[in-house]
Design a protein around this ligand. Structure first.
Ligand SMILES: [Zn+2]
Length: 149
């Protein structure tokens, strides 16, 4: 770590402490000018790449996910802020998996779970598209699952 005062490339660590977010703070002293400073290291949470059904990969795209959710929530008592919050939760759940890649199914399942908590009609709309429910019987099954919960 370079000294922020004189740019010397070496310092000694006087003290190391850990914080509750997994970060590490080090108290340092420059070996040349003797000035003291602190450095802070923290883990970067990366969102895994999404592996699509055709095997190609893409970045997790909040806006793209939000578009699908917004369509499902049309004319429902769900605010834009609710949708933002739900997608934020989906993203942080993906980060917590700690994986480099996840299947797009994982994303869809997390969105479904989020919608289920938020609005049941929006959930059913999303499920029809996402699960590819093409007949009344399978839609009814999904609704029955929902009613049983
Ligand atoms: Zn220095």
């Amino acid at each position: 770590m370079r000294c922020p005062y004189c740019q010397h490339h070496d310092s000694k660590v006087l003290d190391t402490s850990h914080d509750s977010h997994g970060g590490i703070r080090r108290r340092r002293e420059c070996l040349k000018c003797g000035q003291r400073f602190s450095s802070y290291e923290r883990p970067i949470l990366a969102t895994p790449l999404i592996v699509k059904q055709d095997g190609t990969r893409e970045e997790f795209d909040r806006e793209k996910v939000a578009r699908g959710v917004r369509i499902s929530c049309a004319k429902r008592p769900v605010s834009a802020a609710d949708i933002e919050r739900m997608i934020g939760q989906v993203e942080s759940q993906l980060q917590k998996l700690g994986k480099a890649e996840v299947s797009s199914r994982v994303v869809g399942d997390l969105v479904m779970a989020g919608l289920k908590d938020m609005d049941e009609v929006a959930y059913i709309r999303y499920a029809i598209v996402y699960l590819g429910l093409t007949d009344l019987e399978s839609i009814r099954k999904e609704i029955n699952h929902l009613l049983e919960d």
